[in-house]
Design a protein around this ligand. Structure first.
Ligand code: SF4
Ligand code: SF4
Length: 265
């Protein structure tokens, strides 16, 4: 039975849809990476490995995913051996769904964008996170913005959105003691799907798996994921609950900010 005080209705948090983890690792090493990609192994997955779980999520059972779009993410999805085939296969399987991808744009150059543009026909939107390291490598803000404009020009069908990560980052930590959750969390319904059928409730819940130093907290927080390979019993209650047990061990809902730092530099 759902305690109504603990649902997203009460907190006013909107679902951010289902994020497909196509690649676990990344080119950056951001200090407060929510998915802990700097600690993940080099691993990527085929589009078809997600189909059994997406079929279930987009099926007839009433659930918050029927009207959501598909966001391909990581890590850094463009590290995939063939991200373009991945996108095409996803769109072919779910033709009524908008398919988007997130990227830190590490691959951007005029030549590469011209090569890539014709391969993005199945893509609906691209969310570019703008990090200082990428801006610097590309040659500055003006050059970065020029490349974004070139991508928009060559792919007029594509919604291109740039999120500046220049100054701040939400910092987070986990603590073993349980604390009352007093605020909404921006990533509370940012579901992350792994190829094995585990659907994580938020990016930090997924990233926790890469952090053995927080192993004790993993044992205390079974609500951090729902195993779709075992069916959908209890899914509706799980998918609308906030806070979950992990929130009581997490600082993310406190919205504390830190200067962005790439700790590999
Ligand atoms: S660019 Fe994004 S995925 Fe990569 S380490 Fe930074 S926050 Fe994580
Ligand atoms: S506060 Fe809860 S929903 Fe937000 S990141 Fe932490 S565990 Fe996830």
């Amino acid at each position: 039975m759902i305690n109504k005080k603990n649902t997203n209705d009460q907190w006013g948090i909107k679902s951010a849809g289902v994020h497909i983890i196509a690649v676990e690792n990344c080119t950056n090493s951001c200090e407060f990476c929510s998915t802990s990609a700097p600690f993940a192994g080099k691993q990527s997955y085929s589009a078809s490995s997600f189909f059994p779980w997406l079929d279930r999520l987009f099926g007839d059972t009433p659930n918050p995913f029927k009207d959501t779009y598909i966001a391909i993410t990581g890590g850094e999805p463009f590290l995939h051996d063939n991200i373009f085939l991945f996108i095409d296969e996803m769109k072919k399987r779910y033709p009524l769904k908008k398919v988007g991808v997130t990227t830190n744009f590490y691959w951007a150059s005029e030549t590469k964008i011209r090569d890539v543009a014709p391969l993005l026909k199945s893509l609906g939107d691209i969310l570019i996170s703008k990090y200082p390291s990428t801006v610097s490598r590309i040659g500055g803000e003006e050059k970065f913005d020029e490349l974004v404009l070139l991508l928009k020009y060559l792919c007029p069908h594509l919604d291109v959105e740039v999120t500046p990560m220049i100054n701040t980052f939400i910092k987070w930590d986990f603590h073993t003691d349980r604390q009352a959750v007093l605020n909404a969390c921006c990533t509370a319904f940012c579901y992350m799907l792994k190829a094995d059928g585990k659907l994580f409730r938020c990016s930090l819940a997924y990233g926790l798996a890469h952090r053995p130093e927080y192993g004790a907290i993993q044992d205390l927080t079974p609500e951090r994921y729902f195993d779709l390979s075992k069916g959908l019993d209890g899914f509706s209650e799980w998918s609308s609950k906030y806070p979950i047990d992990l929130c009581q061990h997490c600082t993310f809902w406190k919205h504390e900010f830190s200067v962005w730092k790439n700790f590999s530099e």
